[in-house]
Design a protein around this ligand. Structure first.
Ligand code: PMP
Length: 444
Protein backbone atom coordinates (compact mmCIF):
# COMPACT_ATOMS: atom_id res chain seq x y z
CA UNK A 1 0.00 0.00 0.00
CA UNK A 2 0.97 3.61 -0.43
CA UNK A 3 1.07 5.89 2.54
CA UNK A 4 -1.77 8.42 2.60
CA UNK A 5 0.56 11.35 3.19
CA UNK A 6 2.61 10.35 0.12
CA UNK A 7 -0.54 10.59 -2.00
CA UNK A 8 -1.43 13.93 -0.46
CA UNK A 9 2.04 15.23 -1.12
CA UNK A 10 1.86 14.11 -4.76
CA UNK A 11 -1.46 15.93 -5.16
CA UNK A 12 0.01 19.09 -3.69
CA UNK A 13 2.92 18.93 -6.07
CA UNK A 14 0.69 18.38 -9.10
CA UNK A 15 -1.50 21.27 -8.00
CA UNK A 16 1.38 23.66 -7.43
CA UNK A 17 2.70 22.76 -10.91
CA UNK A 18 -0.71 23.52 -12.39
CA UNK A 19 -1.37 19.99 -13.72
CA UNK A 20 -4.52 19.59 -11.70
CA UNK A 21 -7.23 21.81 -10.27
CA UNK A 22 -8.47 20.98 -6.79
CA UNK A 23 -11.43 22.69 -5.19
CA UNK A 24 -12.79 22.04 -1.72
CA UNK A 25 -16.06 20.17 -2.04
CA UNK A 26 -15.89 19.55 -5.79
CA UNK A 27 -12.92 17.20 -6.03
CA UNK A 28 -9.86 17.23 -8.21
CA UNK A 29 -9.71 17.41 -11.99
CA UNK A 30 -6.91 17.41 -14.54
CA UNK A 31 -6.30 21.00 -15.54
CA UNK A 32 -7.47 21.74 -19.09
CA UNK A 33 -4.13 23.38 -19.77
CA UNK A 34 -1.52 24.70 -17.46
CA UNK A 35 -3.21 26.66 -14.73
CA UNK A 36 -2.43 30.22 -14.16
CA UNK A 37 0.20 30.75 -11.46
CA UNK A 38 2.28 33.71 -10.48
CA UNK A 39 5.03 32.49 -12.81
CA UNK A 40 2.81 31.32 -15.64
CA UNK A 41 0.60 34.31 -16.52
CA UNK A 42 0.00 33.21 -20.15
CA UNK A 43 -1.93 30.15 -19.08
CA UNK A 44 -5.36 29.43 -20.50
CA UNK A 45 -8.13 31.18 -18.54
CA UNK A 46 -11.42 29.36 -18.85
CA UNK A 47 -14.57 31.44 -19.39
CA UNK A 48 -16.52 32.14 -16.21
CA UNK A 49 -19.43 29.69 -16.04
CA UNK A 50 -21.92 32.44 -15.12
CA UNK A 51 -25.17 30.49 -15.40
CA UNK A 52 -23.83 27.71 -13.17
CA UNK A 53 -22.79 30.01 -10.35
CA UNK A 54 -26.01 32.03 -10.28
CA UNK A 55 -28.63 31.22 -7.65
CA UNK A 56 -31.34 28.91 -8.78
CA UNK A 57 -34.18 31.29 -9.62
CA UNK A 58 -32.00 33.21 -12.02
CA UNK A 59 -30.56 30.11 -13.69
CA UNK A 60 -34.00 29.59 -15.18
CA UNK A 61 -34.53 31.57 -18.32
CA UNK A 62 -37.39 33.78 -17.18
CA UNK A 63 -40.47 34.70 -19.09
CA UNK A 64 -39.71 37.66 -21.35
CA UNK A 65 -43.28 38.94 -21.55
CA UNK A 66 -42.73 42.13 -19.51
CA UNK A 67 -39.43 42.90 -21.20
CA UNK A 68 -41.08 42.54 -24.61
CA UNK A 69 -44.05 44.72 -23.64
CA UNK A 70 -41.79 47.51 -22.39
CA UNK A 71 -39.69 47.32 -25.53
CA UNK A 72 -42.71 47.49 -27.86
CA UNK A 73 -43.38 50.96 -26.50
CA UNK A 74 -42.03 53.53 -28.88
CA UNK A 75 -41.59 51.13 -31.78
CA UNK A 76 -42.53 53.19 -34.80
CA UNK A 77 -45.89 52.46 -36.43
CA UNK A 78 -46.81 49.87 -33.82
CA UNK A 79 -50.04 50.49 -31.95
CA UNK A 80 -49.48 49.10 -28.48
CA UNK A 81 -52.21 47.75 -26.22
CA UNK A 82 -49.62 45.68 -24.36
CA UNK A 83 -48.47 48.11 -21.67
CA UNK A 84 -50.03 49.11 -18.40
CA UNK A 85 -49.56 52.84 -18.23
CA UNK A 86 -50.88 56.17 -19.45
CA UNK A 87 -50.12 57.38 -22.96
CA UNK A 88 -48.97 60.82 -24.05
CA UNK A 89 -52.52 62.12 -24.54
CA UNK A 90 -53.40 61.54 -20.86
CA UNK A 91 -50.09 61.63 -18.98
CA UNK A 92 -50.06 64.63 -16.59
CA UNK A 93 -47.18 66.71 -17.92
CA UNK A 94 -48.94 69.98 -17.03
CA UNK A 95 -49.40 68.87 -13.45
CA UNK A 96 -45.68 68.15 -13.13
CA UNK A 97 -44.91 71.50 -14.75
CA UNK A 98 -46.83 73.31 -12.06
CA UNK A 99 -45.61 71.16 -9.15
CA UNK A 100 -41.92 71.29 -10.00
CA UNK A 101 -41.28 75.04 -9.43
CA UNK A 102 -43.28 74.89 -6.20
CA UNK A 103 -41.20 71.95 -5.00
CA UNK A 104 -37.97 73.74 -5.84
CA UNK A 105 -38.92 76.93 -4.05
CA UNK A 106 -40.44 75.20 -1.03
CA UNK A 107 -37.92 72.43 -0.43
CA UNK A 108 -34.76 73.57 -2.23
CA UNK A 109 -31.73 71.46 -1.36
CA UNK A 110 -33.90 68.98 0.55
CA UNK A 111 -34.95 67.63 -2.83
CA UNK A 112 -31.40 66.44 -3.34
CA UNK A 113 -30.74 64.88 0.05
CA UNK A 114 -31.45 61.34 1.16
CA UNK A 115 -34.60 60.54 3.12
CA UNK A 116 -35.10 58.04 5.97
CA UNK A 117 -35.22 54.35 4.96
CA UNK A 118 -39.00 54.19 5.25
CA UNK A 119 -39.46 57.40 3.27
CA UNK A 120 -40.27 61.05 4.03
CA UNK A 121 -42.26 61.35 7.24
CA UNK A 122 -44.42 64.08 5.74
CA UNK A 123 -45.34 61.85 2.80
CA UNK A 124 -46.04 58.90 5.05
CA UNK A 125 -48.30 61.09 7.21
CA UNK A 126 -50.12 62.36 4.15
CA UNK A 127 -50.66 58.80 2.93
CA UNK A 128 -51.94 57.71 6.34
CA UNK A 129 -54.36 60.64 6.29
CA UNK A 130 -55.57 59.62 2.82
CA UNK A 131 -55.87 56.06 4.10
CA UNK A 132 -58.01 57.20 7.04
CA UNK A 133 -60.49 58.78 4.61
CA UNK A 134 -60.88 55.33 3.06
CA UNK A 135 -61.29 53.61 6.41
CA UNK A 136 -57.75 52.31 6.71
CA UNK A 137 -56.29 52.48 10.20
CA UNK A 138 -52.56 52.89 9.74
CA UNK A 139 -50.17 55.19 11.58
CA UNK A 140 -46.84 56.36 10.30
CA UNK A 141 -45.07 53.34 11.87
CA UNK A 142 -47.27 51.11 9.73
CA UNK A 143 -46.42 52.83 6.48
CA UNK A 144 -43.38 52.83 4.22
CA UNK A 145 -42.54 54.22 0.80
CA UNK A 146 -41.25 51.82 -1.85
CA UNK A 147 -39.87 52.15 -5.36
CA UNK A 148 -43.17 51.17 -6.90
CA UNK A 149 -45.58 48.36 -6.15
CA UNK A 150 -43.24 45.98 -7.91
CA UNK A 151 -40.62 46.47 -5.22
CA UNK A 152 -43.25 46.09 -2.53
CA UNK A 153 -44.30 42.70 -3.94
CA UNK A 154 -40.64 41.72 -4.20
CA UNK A 155 -39.86 42.68 -0.61
CA UNK A 156 -42.90 40.93 0.80
CA UNK A 157 -42.02 37.80 -1.14
CA UNK A 158 -38.44 37.87 0.21
CA UNK A 159 -39.79 38.40 3.70
CA UNK A 160 -42.25 35.50 3.71
CA UNK A 161 -41.32 32.99 1.03
CA UNK A 162 -38.69 30.27 1.11
CA UNK A 163 -38.31 27.94 -1.88
CA UNK A 164 -41.14 25.43 -1.89
CA UNK A 165 -43.60 27.61 0.03
CA UNK A 166 -47.05 28.01 -1.44
CA UNK A 167 -48.81 31.23 -2.49
CA UNK A 168 -52.43 31.50 -3.58
CA UNK A 169 -53.19 34.04 -6.29
CA UNK A 170 -56.15 34.65 -8.52
CA UNK A 171 -56.08 32.82 -11.86
CA UNK A 172 -55.53 34.83 -13.97
CA UNK A 173 -53.42 37.27 -11.97
CA UNK A 174 -50.87 40.04 -12.56
CA UNK A 175 -48.01 38.34 -14.42
CA UNK A 176 -45.36 40.56 -12.82
CA UNK A 177 -46.32 39.24 -9.37
CA UNK A 178 -46.45 35.61 -10.50
CA UNK A 179 -42.92 35.96 -11.84
CA UNK A 180 -41.62 37.38 -8.56
CA UNK A 181 -43.21 34.52 -6.63
CA UNK A 182 -41.77 31.90 -8.98
CA UNK A 183 -38.33 33.54 -8.92
CA UNK A 184 -38.36 33.00 -5.15
CA UNK A 185 -39.14 29.32 -5.66
CA UNK A 186 -42.77 29.55 -4.53
CA UNK A 187 -45.43 27.11 -5.63
CA UNK A 188 -48.02 29.43 -7.08
CA UNK A 189 -51.55 28.06 -6.94
CA UNK A 190 -54.25 29.85 -8.92
CA UNK A 191 -57.76 30.32 -7.55
CA UNK A 192 -60.14 30.77 -10.50
CA UNK A 193 -61.64 34.16 -11.25
CA UNK A 194 -65.18 34.62 -12.52
CA UNK A 195 -66.92 37.85 -13.53
CA UNK A 196 -66.77 39.02 -9.88
CA UNK A 197 -63.13 38.26 -9.21
CA UNK A 198 -61.53 35.52 -7.12
CA UNK A 199 -63.99 32.73 -6.36
CA UNK A 200 -63.99 32.54 -2.57
CA UNK A 201 -65.86 29.21 -2.45
CA UNK A 202 -63.04 27.62 -4.41
CA UNK A 203 -60.57 29.47 -2.17
CA UNK A 204 -62.21 27.80 0.82
CA UNK A 205 -61.93 24.35 -0.78
CA UNK A 206 -58.26 24.90 -1.48
CA UNK A 207 -57.61 26.14 2.07
CA UNK A 208 -59.10 22.93 3.45
CA UNK A 209 -56.43 21.02 1.54
CA UNK A 210 -53.41 23.34 1.45
CA UNK A 211 -51.81 25.85 3.76
CA UNK A 212 -50.28 28.72 1.74
CA UNK A 213 -47.92 31.28 3.29
CA UNK A 214 -49.71 34.15 1.53
CA UNK A 215 -52.80 35.02 -0.43
CA UNK A 216 -52.12 37.65 -3.11
CA UNK A 217 -54.81 39.47 -5.07
CA UNK A 218 -55.95 42.74 -6.68
CA UNK A 219 -59.51 42.96 -5.38
CA UNK A 220 -60.06 46.38 -7.01
CA UNK A 221 -60.27 46.38 -10.83
CA UNK A 222 -58.01 43.39 -11.08
CA UNK A 223 -55.15 43.12 -13.50
CA UNK A 224 -55.94 41.56 -15.99
CA UNK A 225 -59.72 40.96 -15.78
CA UNK A 226 -60.87 44.34 -14.42
CA UNK A 227 -63.13 42.62 -11.86
CA UNK A 228 -64.04 44.27 -8.55
CA UNK A 229 -64.52 41.83 -5.68
CA UNK A 230 -68.00 42.19 -4.15
CA UNK A 231 -68.51 42.89 -0.44
CA UNK A 232 -69.68 39.36 0.42
CA UNK A 233 -66.57 37.82 -1.08
CA UNK A 234 -64.36 40.31 0.74
CA UNK A 235 -65.95 39.30 4.04
CA UNK A 236 -65.53 35.65 3.24
CA UNK A 237 -61.91 36.10 2.18
CA UNK A 238 -61.08 37.86 5.44
CA UNK A 239 -62.93 35.27 7.53
CA UNK A 240 -60.92 32.53 5.82
CA UNK A 241 -57.66 34.42 6.35
CA UNK A 242 -58.45 34.78 10.07
CA UNK A 243 -59.54 31.17 10.39
CA UNK A 244 -56.42 29.77 8.76
CA UNK A 245 -54.11 32.60 9.89
CA UNK A 246 -52.85 33.59 6.48
CA UNK A 247 -51.64 37.09 5.55
CA UNK A 248 -53.40 38.67 2.58
CA UNK A 249 -51.63 41.01 0.17
CA UNK A 250 -54.02 43.54 -1.34
CA UNK A 251 -52.10 44.93 -4.31
CA UNK A 252 -54.10 47.97 -5.35
CA UNK A 253 -52.88 50.13 -8.23
CA UNK A 254 -56.35 50.71 -9.69
CA UNK A 255 -58.96 51.53 -6.99
CA UNK A 256 -58.69 55.26 -7.77
CA UNK A 257 -59.29 54.62 -11.47
CA UNK A 258 -63.06 54.12 -11.21
CA UNK A 259 -65.63 55.39 -13.69
CA UNK A 260 -68.58 55.39 -11.28
CA UNK A 261 -68.18 55.66 -7.54
CA UNK A 262 -67.96 52.23 -5.93
CA UNK A 263 -69.18 51.81 -2.37
CA UNK A 264 -67.41 48.57 -1.55
CA UNK A 265 -64.50 49.34 0.81
CA UNK A 266 -60.90 48.34 0.33
CA UNK A 267 -60.02 44.99 1.88
CA UNK A 268 -57.52 46.73 4.15
CA UNK A 269 -60.29 49.03 5.41
CA UNK A 270 -62.39 46.00 6.40
CA UNK A 271 -59.53 44.33 8.25
CA UNK A 272 -59.40 45.09 11.98
CA UNK A 273 -56.71 42.53 12.81
CA UNK A 274 -53.71 43.58 10.70
CA UNK A 275 -53.88 40.51 8.49
CA UNK A 276 -54.00 42.53 5.28
CA UNK A 277 -50.85 44.08 3.87
CA UNK A 278 -51.85 46.84 1.48
CA UNK A 279 -49.76 47.97 -1.50
CA UNK A 280 -50.46 51.32 -3.16
CA UNK A 281 -48.69 52.97 -6.09
CA UNK A 282 -48.63 56.27 -7.96
CA UNK A 283 -47.75 54.49 -11.22
CA UNK A 284 -51.31 54.41 -12.53
CA UNK A 285 -52.73 57.54 -10.83
CA UNK A 286 -49.83 59.75 -11.92
CA UNK A 287 -47.07 58.18 -13.99
CA UNK A 288 -45.09 54.99 -13.92
CA UNK A 289 -41.61 56.42 -14.49
CA UNK A 290 -41.59 57.92 -10.99
CA UNK A 291 -41.40 54.42 -9.44
CA UNK A 292 -43.17 55.35 -6.24
CA UNK A 293 -45.43 53.17 -4.14
CA UNK A 294 -46.21 52.46 -0.51
CA UNK A 295 -47.17 49.74 1.94
CA UNK A 296 -49.58 49.76 4.87
CA UNK A 297 -48.87 46.82 7.15
CA UNK A 298 -48.30 45.67 10.71
CA UNK A 299 -45.47 47.53 12.42
CA UNK A 300 -43.36 44.34 12.79
CA UNK A 301 -43.58 43.84 9.04
CA UNK A 302 -42.74 47.45 8.18
CA UNK A 303 -39.68 47.44 10.46
CA UNK A 304 -38.25 44.37 8.67
CA UNK A 305 -39.02 45.95 5.31
CA UNK A 306 -37.05 49.01 6.39
CA UNK A 307 -34.02 46.79 6.72
CA UNK A 308 -34.69 45.37 3.26
CA UNK A 309 -34.76 48.91 1.92
CA UNK A 310 -31.39 49.51 3.54
CA UNK A 311 -29.79 46.49 1.92
CA UNK A 312 -31.22 47.23 -1.53
CA UNK A 313 -31.51 50.94 -2.37
CA UNK A 314 -31.69 52.83 0.98
CA UNK A 315 -34.85 54.78 0.12
CA UNK A 316 -37.17 55.78 -2.69
CA UNK A 317 -36.25 58.70 -4.94
CA UNK A 318 -36.33 61.94 -2.93
CA UNK A 319 -37.37 64.35 -5.68
CA UNK A 320 -40.28 62.18 -6.61
CA UNK A 321 -41.36 61.78 -3.00
CA UNK A 322 -41.57 65.57 -2.66
CA UNK A 323 -43.38 65.87 -5.97
CA UNK A 324 -46.08 63.48 -4.81
CA UNK A 325 -46.21 65.12 -1.39
CA UNK A 326 -46.85 68.44 -3.11
CA UNK A 327 -49.54 66.87 -5.31
CA UNK A 328 -51.28 65.57 -2.19
CA UNK A 329 -50.92 68.70 -0.04
CA UNK A 330 -51.87 71.20 -2.75
CA UNK A 331 -55.08 69.31 -3.47
CA UNK A 332 -54.04 68.94 -7.10
CA UNK A 333 -54.11 65.16 -7.06
CA UNK A 334 -57.90 64.84 -6.67
CA UNK A 335 -58.39 67.44 -9.42
CA UNK A 336 -56.06 65.52 -11.71
CA UNK A 337 -57.77 62.23 -10.88
CA UNK A 338 -61.23 63.57 -11.72
CA UNK A 339 -59.99 64.58 -15.15
CA UNK A 340 -57.94 61.43 -15.64
CA UNK A 341 -60.88 59.12 -14.86
CA UNK A 342 -62.96 60.87 -17.51
CA UNK A 343 -60.14 60.58 -20.05
CA UNK A 344 -59.58 56.90 -19.34
CA UNK A 345 -63.30 56.22 -19.56
CA UNK A 346 -63.45 58.00 -22.92
CA UNK A 347 -60.66 55.77 -24.20
CA UNK A 348 -62.38 52.66 -22.88
CA UNK A 349 -65.59 53.74 -24.67
CA UNK A 350 -63.77 54.04 -27.98
CA UNK A 351 -62.16 50.64 -27.40
CA UNK A 352 -65.50 48.95 -26.67
CA UNK A 353 -67.14 50.67 -29.63
CA UNK A 354 -64.38 49.42 -31.94
CA UNK A 355 -64.53 45.88 -30.56
CA UNK A 356 -68.28 45.81 -31.14
CA UNK A 357 -67.92 47.25 -34.62
CA UNK A 358 -65.43 44.56 -35.66
CA UNK A 359 -67.08 41.78 -33.67
CA UNK A 360 -66.01 38.24 -34.53
CA UNK A 361 -68.05 35.15 -33.56
CA UNK A 362 -66.66 33.32 -30.55
CA UNK A 363 -64.94 36.40 -29.18
CA UNK A 364 -66.03 37.88 -25.85
CA UNK A 365 -64.96 40.50 -23.36
CA UNK A 366 -66.13 42.24 -20.19
CA UNK A 367 -66.51 45.98 -19.71
CA UNK A 368 -64.82 46.86 -16.40
CA UNK A 369 -66.03 49.82 -14.34
CA UNK A 370 -62.49 50.96 -13.74
CA UNK A 371 -58.85 50.13 -14.26
CA UNK A 372 -56.73 49.98 -17.39
CA UNK A 373 -57.63 46.73 -19.18
CA UNK A 374 -60.06 44.63 -21.14
CA UNK A 375 -59.71 40.87 -20.96
CA UNK A 376 -60.56 39.42 -24.33
CA UNK A 377 -61.37 35.77 -24.95
CA UNK A 378 -60.55 34.80 -28.52
CA UNK A 379 -62.44 32.26 -30.64
CA UNK A 380 -61.53 28.66 -29.83
CA UNK A 381 -60.62 27.81 -33.43
CA UNK A 382 -57.71 30.19 -33.18
CA UNK A 383 -54.07 29.18 -33.38
CA UNK A 384 -52.49 31.30 -30.66
CA UNK A 385 -48.98 31.19 -32.07
CA UNK A 386 -50.13 32.35 -35.53
CA UNK A 387 -52.19 35.05 -33.89
CA UNK A 388 -49.24 36.65 -32.13
CA UNK A 389 -47.12 36.33 -35.27
CA UNK A 390 -49.88 38.06 -37.24
CA UNK A 391 -50.02 40.85 -34.63
CA UNK A 392 -46.32 41.43 -35.15
CA UNK A 393 -46.71 41.57 -38.91
CA UNK A 394 -49.68 43.92 -38.66
CA UNK A 395 -47.84 46.13 -36.16
CA UNK A 396 -50.17 45.84 -33.20
CA UNK A 397 -49.07 44.73 -29.72
CA UNK A 398 -51.29 42.97 -27.18
CA UNK A 399 -50.40 41.12 -24.00
CA UNK A 400 -50.74 37.33 -24.30
CA UNK A 401 -53.07 35.99 -21.60
CA UNK A 402 -51.34 32.65 -20.90
CA UNK A 403 -48.60 33.90 -18.55
CA UNK A 404 -51.30 35.43 -16.32
CA UNK A 405 -52.31 31.91 -15.30
CA UNK A 406 -49.91 30.62 -12.64
CA UNK A 407 -50.40 27.04 -13.83
CA UNK A 408 -50.72 26.50 -17.57
CA UNK A 409 -54.31 25.34 -17.67
CA UNK A 410 -56.15 27.84 -19.84
CA UNK A 411 -58.24 26.12 -22.49
CA UNK A 412 -58.90 29.33 -24.37
CA UNK A 413 -56.69 32.02 -25.77
CA UNK A 414 -56.95 35.28 -23.90
CA UNK A 415 -55.32 38.62 -24.46
CA UNK A 416 -55.12 41.60 -22.17
CA UNK A 417 -55.79 44.87 -23.92
CA UNK A 418 -54.76 48.15 -22.35
CA UNK A 419 -56.74 51.22 -23.43
CA UNK A 420 -54.80 53.97 -21.62
CA UNK A 421 -51.59 53.93 -23.63
CA UNK A 422 -52.55 54.15 -27.33
CA UNK A 423 -53.63 57.56 -28.61
CA UNK A 424 -57.41 57.77 -28.69
CA UNK A 425 -57.18 58.38 -32.44
CA UNK A 426 -55.27 55.09 -32.92
CA UNK A 427 -57.63 52.82 -31.02
CA UNK A 428 -60.00 52.01 -33.93
CA UNK A 429 -57.15 51.20 -36.29
CA UNK A 430 -55.44 49.11 -33.59
CA UNK A 431 -58.58 47.07 -32.98
CA UNK A 432 -59.00 46.58 -36.73
CA UNK A 433 -55.49 45.10 -36.81
CA UNK A 434 -56.21 42.78 -33.87
CA UNK A 435 -59.34 41.53 -35.63
CA UNK A 436 -57.42 41.01 -38.86
CA UNK A 437 -54.84 39.00 -36.89
CA UNK A 438 -57.63 36.85 -35.44
CA UNK A 439 -58.96 36.16 -38.93
CA UNK A 440 -55.49 35.29 -40.20
CA UNK A 441 -54.93 32.86 -37.31
CA UNK A 442 -58.32 31.18 -37.31
CA UNK A 443 -58.31 27.55 -38.34
CA UNK A 444 -61.07 26.97 -40.87
N1 PMP B 1 -49.26 45.33 -9.36
C1 PMP B 1 -50.16 45.37 -10.35
C2 PMP B 1 -51.44 44.64 -10.20
C3 PMP B 1 -49.89 46.10 -11.51
O1 PMP B 1 -50.79 46.12 -12.50
C4 PMP B 1 -48.67 46.78 -11.62
C5 PMP B 1 -48.32 47.57 -12.85
N2 PMP B 1 -48.39 46.84 -14.04
C6 PMP B 1 -47.76 46.70 -10.57
C7 PMP B 1 -48.10 45.99 -9.45
C8 PMP B 1 -46.43 47.39 -10.62
O2 PMP B 1 -46.61 48.73 -10.37
P1 PMP B 1 -45.42 49.75 -10.09
O3 PMP B 1 -45.19 50.49 -11.34
O4 PMP B 1 -45.92 50.60 -8.98
O5 PMP B 1 -44.22 48.95 -9.67
Amino acid sequence: GINRSTVNKAYWELKSEGFIDAQMGSGTIVASQFSRTAENTDAYIPPMPWPQIMTQPYQLSGNTIIKTALEAIGEPDTISFAGGFAGDDVIPVDLVKSLMPKCLSTYGSQLLHPTPLLGLSALRSALCKQGTLKGIQAGIQQCMITSGAQQAISYLTSLFISPGDMIFTAAPSYVGAIEIFKAHGAKVVGIPVDQFGMDTDILENYLIRYRPKLIYLNPNFQNPTGTYLPLERRKKLLDLAYLYQIPVIEDDPYSEIYFDRIDVPLLKAMDRHQYVIYIGTFSKMLFMGGRLGWIFGAEEVIQRLGFMKQVTDLHANTLHQYLVLEALQSGMLPKHLAQFRAQVKAKQDVMVEALNAYHIDGMSFNIPEGGFYLWLELPSRLNAHSFFEACKTLKVAVMPGDPFFPQATAEHTYVRINYTYPAISDIHEGVRRIMKAIEMATVT
